[in-house]
Design a protein around this ligand. Structure first.
Ligand SMILES: [Zn+2]
Length: 545
């Protein structure tokens, strides 16, 4: 199925005309952005890691800013929502042993195979557990696709491919072609394994299909990882999660008599039948853990006629803290990621405060633990201020390039909902055009705080000026982007340098999203998902006036 965005301009006509609620901004400015950014990305914030004194310092600063702006505390008199976290420290010292008809394979955990457990238990083991190769491990009714149709995997370990059939075939009629759908994301694979009652889930790593080298998933078996404390972790079926390198997967399949490349040709067809390997998995994992509490920060501007409905602005506050030094610098300041986006949220809140009151409420939400699998947002959507069905739409921002003004507005996740048209309409007024994510195969739409909201049915925009800086042009901007991901992203040099960084583009994005949000906050209708989106569900359409 093709997504509709190949015919964007046509669809513009379909958006309800109604009143044009556009409005000019009068309060937000560059100085305001620079001040918040400089404070939040300063060395004394020590990289804003959750559950640290400096992380809490960032929380207090955000709270004081919300107070100063005049936002209502979101959580029963408080701007803070407790987020109970547990950090699991895995001990990968025992080998992973696979026994098959040819003998015994013994891997050091974290070398060719990387396994860990999300269970709060000192010891988690699988003994002689059957391994089944189930293709992509996808159950997607809207794509008429179910890899589990022909097999019951309860209590077994499944081995699955990363990404989705559209990526592997480059066929635009399968799933969303080379644009990753949520079914391609590794978090989905683990969630589906749990739904299917599997005891283990191992993803086959491929560089292109996952978007990162083997070094990334291989670390999971030994790196500490945060989880939400209140998740019933011990009740999980799927006790062992992990990845296997491509070469080890090839070898394992070959020993059971299957050729990986031939299998890859059949997994993308509906004729594929899961393959029961001759191999059995034996693994014992040891976990220890420590608990702590971090905080989401949020403030509200109450709506006039529909105060129970809300439009939400999101930017996470946490970053990586103090870590391994690079060129003598150990502070991971996280200026682009994500102090700049917090400044964007605060500037938008400042603006709404001085504008005529909107009909719907506005929620300014600054979550913790985004860098740890979006935990702050996952916690919020289970404990929301406004019920998810009354959360009309949302805007998230993350990873901002401080390069000055952009001609484009790049939408990551273009084509999922009617919000694209709202955005395009306002972007045109700024003389900007909408463009698609330059690397839609990387699944960035599923890697920031919008995901937990979207899974609950709330349409979101994840968009910003990104690929076409006005003076530099497109090609030079794309080079800067490539350099950013390679040399700056999640490194100590992600810093704010006032003499060098230009915030005009961030200001323009703040104006843009203020306008889009202002319009939606004064409408009666709910922006709808497109039926082709994996997050599709009907939203409340009739608010009787
Ligand atoms: Zn981020």
């Amino acid at each position: 199925m093709k997504h509709f965005f190949y015919s964007l301009p046509l669809l513009l006509l379909l958006v309800s005309c109604g009143n044009d609620n556009s409005i000019n901004t009068k309060k937000m400015n560059l100085a305001m952005l620079a001040t918040d950014l400089a404070i939040l990305a300063a060395d004394d914030m020590e990289g804003r890691a959750p559950c640290t004194a400096s992380g809490e310092r960032a929380v207090r600063y955000l709270q004081s800013r919300m107070e100063e702006i005049g936002l209502e505390p979101a959580f029963g008199g408080s701007y803070l929502q407790e987020v109970p976290l547990v950090k699991i420290l895995p001990d990968p010292s025992e080998p992973v042993v696979i026994k098959d008809r040819k003998g015994v394979l013994r891997y050091t955990n974290g070398t060719e195979i990387s396994l860990w457990s999300p269970i709060l238990s000192p010891e988690i083991s699988l003994t002689n557990n059957e391994i089944v190769f189930v293709g992509f491990g996808i159950d997607a009714p809207e794509h008429n696709w179910n890899d589990f149709e022909k097999i019951d995997v309860k209590g077994k370990t499944i081995m699955v491919l990363v990404n989705d059939p559209g990526f592997f075939t480059q066929d635009s009629t399968l799933f969303n072609g080379t644009t990753m759908t949520y079914y391609g994301r590794w978090t989905y694979k683990f969630e589906e394994a749990e739904r299917q009652g599997a005891a283990g889930c191992i993803i086959v790593h491929e560089d292109m299909a996952s978007g990162y080298p083997w070094a990334v998933p291989s670390r999971h078996s030994r790196d500490p990882e945060y989880y939400l404390q209140n998740e019933a972790r011990s009740e999980k079926q799927c006790k062992v999660l992990g990845w296997i390198s491509l070469s080890a997967a090839r070898d394992l399949l070959a020993r059971s008599g299957y050729d990986y490349d031939s299998l890859k040709e059949t997994v993308v067809t509906l004729d594929f039948t899961p393959v029961q390997l001759q191999a059995k998995l034996n693994v014992r994992l040891r976990n220890s853990w420590e608990t702590c509490t971090s905080h989401n920060v949020a403030g509200v501007l109450r709506g006039s006629t529909a105060p129970d409905e809300a439009v939400v602005y999101v930017a996470h506050w946490d970053h990586l803290g103090i870590g391994r030094p690079v060129d003598g610098d150990s502070i991971y300041n996280g200026a682009s990621d994500n102090a700049a986006a917090m400044a964007w949220v605060l500037a938008i809140a400042e603006e709404f405060k001085v504008q005529p009151q909107t009909e719907r409420s506005l929620l300014f939400f600054i979550p913790t633990a985004e860098e740890s699998s979006l935990l702050g947002s996952y916690h919020y959507v289970e404990n929301p201020v406004f019920p998810m069905e009354k959360t009309v739409a949302g805007f998230n921002s993350d990873v901002i390039l401080m390069l000055g003004r952009f001609e484009d507005v790049t939408v990551t996740g273009l084509g999922h909902s009617e919000l694209d048209q709202y955005l395009e309409k306002e972007a045109l007024k700024q003389g900007r055009y909408i463009s698609n994510d330059p690397n839609p195969e990387n699944g960035m739409f599923f890697r920031s705080d919008q995901l937990p909201f979207m899974k609950k049915g709330v349409p979101f925009l994840f968009a910003k000026g990104y690929t076409h800086q006005r003076e530099l042009g497109k090609e030079a901007t794309l080079q800067i982007i490539a350099d950013y991901w390679k040399n700056v992203y999640h490194k100590p040099c992600d810093e704010f340098v006032p003499e060098h960084d230009k915030l005009e583009g961030l200001l323009e994005d703040a104006q843009l999203f203020f306008s889009v949000g202002y319009r939606i906050a004064n409408e009666q209708t709910y922006p709808q998902w497109h039926k082709t989106s994996e997050f599709y569900q009907e939203r409340c359409v009739d608010r009787v006036l």
